[in-house]
Design a protein around this ligand. Structure first.
Ligand SMILES: Cc1cc2nc3c(=O)[nH]c(=O)nc-3n(C[C@H](O)[C@H](O)[C@H](O)COP(=O)(O)OP(=O)(O)OC[C@H]3O[C@@H](n4cnc5c(N)ncnc54)[C@H](O)[C@@H]3O)c2cc1C
Length: 481
């Protein structure tokens, strides 16, 4: 609960029109894509680093939590006010300050929606590759805090590869600049890299300098249909071994295909698996690379490989790909969506292991995702009103994580730890590494006011606040995403 004094001070800092305290307004900022509900005590719509600084200084002196929030599309509970407090929404801090076509950089505010930024950049013949499937609504601030990645990571990398420098307000209120506007820079510790992916626990990003690259001359999209899921998974390494790095290399299994086709009607085939592959570069290079990709897919057991003709077909294929997550609720009302990553060559083993876990625990587990970089979205479908099934789903997640770590992978490639994966941290990290991370957090945030209960949850967030994995037990039915 905030005192009247704090509420009045918040209104003074951001202006009355930019501060919300009414229950119905707070409700809109109490959830993310995990469908978990934690209402904040206030929401403020900031417009400058100075406002953020004043709020954080007051949070330290008055002792209330502050939670940065972009679009609230996170899959791990990062923007949830699990201990109440003040949500800092960046949605009104959404200016593209500069696109520098000579130095191939851009300066942006954190609330800019990724898609809108990409459109502006592409108008100038430039390219900002990070492409999480949430690109139509997620913000650059949220992308930076989660180090978001997408299909193009296989060739172009993820958000951290494009952040040159940041303006950040530290949890104690100081405004600092990290990084450089140049291609190189090694002065002091790399605070930019530390901030990227820190899930809003080490500072609030108020400005970012991003790297741009030239827009590729040509792109071609291919759909390879496989009667066997493992063959499709094996073909992924086959393509890379043939020295072609596609700009996207997505695997979609039969369960996901069926669901998304019924939902999006994109003309996808009925099959055990497909690979959705895109190659880009010069016109000649694209023709050559797609010939290699087609040949390799056929060698690894594809029944057909089709090249998309025209922009509409390409758009429909990607629309369908991005709709998979939502379409899976046709199978069961609840879902745990994990985003494990294994070395590319281990994908067939991972997929085989997940199939075995699903059969043994009598669950439907849909697999799809960025196979090109070893990142598979493992979606455990269940009905939480059935306690046996809910327990089986939780067991399945633990087994999938253990398998991933055994295969020398990581339990999250994109979604972060937030609250949903905090309990699994020690599966992957040694206690000494977790301790070192906690010391970094304490050095930046001695009073623990910025986004508490994330990554290293406090008791309150651990006990009964969520049910399993990325699913909720807040009494609010899980729907939608
Ligand atoms: C349908 C769907 C598909 C998705 N696909 C992908 C995908 O392909 N790849 C992927 O990586 N993710 C994906 N996501 C997850 C999510 O969209 C990303 O994590 C995204 O980067 C979150 O952005 P946001 O603006 O919604 O941030 P929020 O959800 O609002 O916040 C996420 C985290 O960032 C912090 N944060 C937000 N803004 C700031 C700031 N200015 N300063 C400091 N911290 C801040 C928050 O505190 C929180 O910890 C998907 C989500 C959905 C719903």
């Amino acid at each position: 609960m905030l005192s009247e004094l704090v509420k009045n001070e918040l209104k003074r800092i951001v202006g009355t029109a930019n501060a919300a305290f009414a229950r119905e307004e707070l409700l809109c900022y109490s959830y993310d894509a995990t469908n978990t509900l934690y209402p904040p005590d206030a929401v403020v719509f900031v417009k400058s680093a100075e406002e953020v600084s004043l709020i954080l200084k007051m949070a330290n002196s008055e002792g209330f939590p502050v939670i940065p929030r972009g679009a609230g599309s996170g899959f791990s509970g990062g923007s949830l006010p699990v201990e109440g407090g003040v949500v800092i929404s960046t949605e009104r801090m959404n200016g593209i300050i500069e696109i520098d076509t000579e130095n191939l950089t851009a300066v942006v505010e954190p609330g800019v929606v990724l898609w809108e930024f990409q459109q502006e950049v592409e108008k100038k013949g430039l390219f900002y590759p990070p492409d999480p499937s949430s690109l139509r609504f997620s913000t650059l601030g949220g992308n930076i805090a989660e180090c978001a990645g997408g299909p193009r990571a296989v060739k172009y990398g993820v958000t951290k590869d494009y952040v040159l420098g940041l303006e950040v307000v530290l949890p104690t209120g100081e405004i600092i600049n990290t990084g450089v506007r140049t291609a190189k820079g090694v002065v002091g510790y790399d605070l930019t890299k530390l901030m990227v992916g820190s899930e809003g626990t080490l500072g609030v990003v108020t400005k970012a300098t991003l790297k741009l690259v030239p827009l590729p001359e040509a792109t071609r999209t291919l759909l390879a249909v496989f009667p066997d899921l493992k063959d499709a998974a094996t073909a992924v390494s086959g393509i890379i071994k043939a020295k072609v790095i596609p700009s996207t290399l997505e695997l979609i299994d039969g369960v996901s295909l069926k669901c998304v086709e019924e939902y999006a009607k994109a003309g996808l085939p009925e099959a055990e698996a497909v690979l959705l592959i895109e190659v880009d570069g010069s016109r000649e290079g694209v023709v050559k690379d797609s010939e290699v990709v087609e040949r390799i897919c056929m060698e690894y057991g594809a029944q057909s490989v089709k090249s998309a003709t025209g922009k509409d077909e390409v758009r429909d294929l990607w629309k369908a790909r991005r709709a998979i997550s939502a379409s899976l609720f046709r199978v069961k009302p609840n879902k745990i969506n994990e985003d494990v990553v294994v070395p590319r060559a281990s994908i067939p083993e991972l997929i085989g292991g997940v199939r075995e876990i699903a059969d043994r625990l009598n669950l439907t587990i849909a697999c799809f995702g960025h196979a090109g970089d070893g990142n598979i979205h493992v979606n455990v479908m269940y009905d939480k009103t059935n306690p046996c099934e809910a327990k089986a789903a939780e067991d399945a997640v633990t087994e999938v994580f253990k398998l991933t770590v055994e295969l020398k992978g990581t339990i999250s490639g994109e979604h972060g730890v937030g609250v949903s994966k905090a309990r699994y941290l020690s599966l992957e990290l040694k206690p000494e590494a977790i301790e070192a991370m906690k010391r970094i957090k304490a050095a930046f945030d001695p009073n623990g006011i910025l986004n508490p209960g994330k990554i290293f949850p406090k008791k309150a967030a651990e006990e009964g606040a969520y049910m399993v994995g990325a699913e909720a037990a807040s009494g609010v039915p899980a729907t939608g995403l």
